[in-house]
Design a protein. Sequence first.
Length: 239
Amino acid sequence: MIFAVIIGTEILNARREDSHFKFLRDKLIERGYELNGSFIIKDDTELMQKTFNMIKEIPDSKMFCFGGIGATPDDYTRDISAKVFTKNKMKFDKEFKKLIDNKFPNEDNTKKYNLAYWPVNSNPIRNNPINGFFGFEIEQRFFFMPGFPQMAHPMVEEILDKYFPPIAKKERYSLLAYAKESEMLDIMNALPKDVEFSTLPKLDYTSEISIAGENAKKWIEFFEKELERKGINYKIIDK
């Protein structure tokens, strides 16, 4: 399962608009993957820890986390990720510290080094065309990036290239039924529970039916036959 965690009080109080969700969702879909959940949460340590723990407890979960890896007092992501994923163990990344020194020669970079203080066994995510500063990943599963889209989105591309090879896209078939959902409940209930089914009702009392997965063709054809049996008109949207 793949999750997005977008950390930023400024998004929730309308000082900034989110652009991470759509970007990540679309990039994953291009490669045949889908998000299982997306969370926008405040810069709140307890909430962050509970969110990270929930995702960690799901077997084989993956997490793309945006925001909070800076060095200001309200940047909690590095510390909380260490608490959740590495039993609070952290260390400085030598490569990142060297990058900071090269970028700011003849300066006291002691405070900037906090940017390179990561959970142990983290690895850098390097593709940041803005200032070159790294994000980091843990276990090739949990990915932490800056909140700035111009920095984070190239890092997402790097992660996808490394760890998310393109796979066959899920078969999906859709139709538009000229009926209310309530008129088709018996057909919906006849579908197996493991079929990925969704319905999108519209204000003109039509309903968009979508079926995806391994046997999607079989079950969309079943739906069509049942609609015909009921005398309900429909049209194929994509197939």
